[in-house]
Design a protein around this ligand. Sequence first.
Ligand SMILES: [Zn+2]
Length: 59
Amino acid sequence: MVKLELGDKLILRKGHPCGTNLWLVERVGADVKLKCTGCGRMVIVERPQLLKRIKKVIR
Ligand SMILES: [Zn+2]
């Protein structure tokens, strides 16, 4: 079970179309808000969906 905290950085199995594959956790709840460290775009992902997509957590 992966526990996510604010400020964690995530490497996902699939990167953002901008070419970056490093995301910053901005908010944690039932949904998780992520910010792409490459282009600054925010995305909101349901936690169960996100957990399946995480390759690595950097704290
Ligand atoms: Zn991006």
